[in-house]
Design a protein around this ligand. Structure first.
Ligand code: PLP
Length: 453
């Protein structure tokens, strides 16, 4: 191994990196990214990479959009900070809330802001609880999430998350959070079970869970339209309408987590439209500002908004909000991002380049190292599993190696264990997609031989 550069040495001695093997990092050092241009990032050695993950599924407009940068500068000059607490407000907050109401799926009536996706989902839980208190059914408290879901890392949102690393060392989930099955047919179906039978079984399992727990104790169901960090899991056709029917029967809210899928990613403004969801409230973050500034939001329907507003005098105000929730800088950049999505027809562009993206993923899926290629709009993955869905005895090593081989060849993908995720900036061109995938076959071959040796 090469000695660490000065910058890498300073980095490992100062930064604790999330989700990172810190001991390994002491010898490898972190990959120091110093600047960016369009869909490319450059490291401290001056080497460029196509950023196939848009950072963390978030930089939808790439990394050097002048309009977003100018919008940020203008807002900093005008009003660098203010809040929305206790009867104060500001123009970018008001305007962005209006715009979100206009574009969000469902008929959304009010918007409350935070800074991160985790905070948005924490807010969702409190809104569901407060709402049920307000309408006189305080016993309706439990939230049903799904195995493999990713909804964040705060104590409550990590509880919604359905992945072992987010629970393991923290005594999570907290009580009142339940997990039903993930809708991953290839991985989870019983032998010989058709997709329709699999779906019917999931729906029955959900209904059984609700009956077992007592429908009058269940407040909400939360879902990403397409699961992201859990492994880019696209549900079977008809999944959400079938789930929705169960929720409707038991008067359970549908919380839509659009933190990854919002703002064009799946080829519609929101994943809910792609997947036929009817949310009562929606979480958004990441591409809301193109990730130039942290900002998240929860939009809620009229029923919820009115119940909360009309009861705030009686049961007390909604006691929740963050210092930086609805930061004017985030709101100004968010407004500009939404304007860009519309003016430049980013959704149309995503649809235009999706066939190329899906072809490249399917081609990679043909390799003997790959068990399944999954995709929806401009998010996708390949799962390394040469012997079928049961995967490797020691999960993660092969996926990590494949990612390293790709990065060494100039293409940034992200390994989620043995799932190699790809979610490029939405502005990516067909030529750049080809370039992103150009090293794939060689990287798969090298990794395949390494895994067999
Ligand atoms: N929800 C989903 C679907 C996500 O993918 C993420 C982050 O990746 C979150 C919530 C949490 O967002 P944050 O990391 O901004 O807290």
């Amino acid at each position: 191994t090469k000695p660490l550069s000065n910058m890498q040495q300073r980095d490992v001695e100062a930064v604790l990196h999330p989700y990172t093997d810190a001991m390994k990092l002491r010898t490898t050092g972190a990959h120091m990214i110093t600047r960016a241009e369009g869909v490319r990032v450059f490291d401290d050695r001056g080497r460029g990479y196509i950023e196939g993950m848009a950072g963390l599924w978030c930089s939808g407009l790439g990394f050097s959009d002048r309009e977003l940068i100018e919008a940020a500068k203008e807002q900093l000059d005008k009003l660098p900070y203010y809040h929305l607490f206790g009867g104060r407000s500001h123009e970018p907050g008001m305007e962005l809330a209006e715009k979100i109401k206009e574009i969000a799926p469902g008929n959304m009536a009010r918007v409350i802001f935070q800074s991160s996706g985790s905070e948005a989902n924490d807010t969702q839980i409190k809104l569901a609880w407060y709402y049920n208190n307000a309408i006189g059914r305080p016993q309706k408290k439990k939230i049903i999430s799904r195995m493999k879901a990713y909804h964040g890392v705060t104590i409550a949102s990590a509880s919604l998350t359905g992945l072992p690393p987010n629970h393991r060392d923290f005594d999570l989930p907290i009580d009142r959070i339940l997990h039903t099955a993930s809708p991953h047919y290839w991985k989870e179906a019983s032998d010989g079970e058709s997709e329709a039978e699999f779906l019917a079984r999931l729906v029955k399992e959900l209904e059984d869970m609700i009956e077992r727990e007592g429908p009058d104790t269940i407040a909400a169901f939360i879902a990403e339209p397409v699961m992201g960090a859990g492994g880019v899991i696209v549900p079977p056709e008809g999944y959400f309408p079938a789930i929705q029917a169960v929720l409707d029967r038991h008067d359970i809210l549908m919380i839509d987590d659009e933190v990854i899928t919002g703002f064009g990613r799946t080829g519609n403004w929101f994943g809910a439209q792609t997947m036929g969801m009817q949310p009562t409230s929606v979480s958004m973050a990441k591409q809301l500002t193109g990730s130039y500034v942290p900002l998240s939001a929860v939009a809620m329907n009229r029923d919820m908004a009115e119940a909360i507003e009309e009861n705030s005098g009686r049961i007390g105000t909604f006691g929740h909000g963050f210092t930086y929730g609805g930061h004017p800088l985030g709101c100004a950049v968010g407004l500009k991002a939404l304007e860009i999505y519309e003016r430049r027809n980013i959704v149309g562009h995503v649809r235009d380049v999706t066939p190329t993206f899906h072809r490249l993923l399917r081609e990679a899926g043909q390799h003997p190292l790959v068990g399944e290629a999954r995709m929806c709009g401009l998010m996708g993955c390949i799962e390394v599993a040469p012997e079928g869905r049961k995967g490797f005895e020691k999960p993660g090593a092969v996926g990590t190696r494949l990612m390293e081989e790709l990065v060494a060849r100039g293409s940034i993908f992200r390994s989620l264990g043995d799932v190699l995720a790809v979610c490029p900036p939405m502005i990516i061109s067909e030529a750049e997609l080809e370039e992103l995938f150009a090293p794939m076959h060689e990287a798969l071959d090298v990794t395949y031989n390494w895994a067999r040796s």
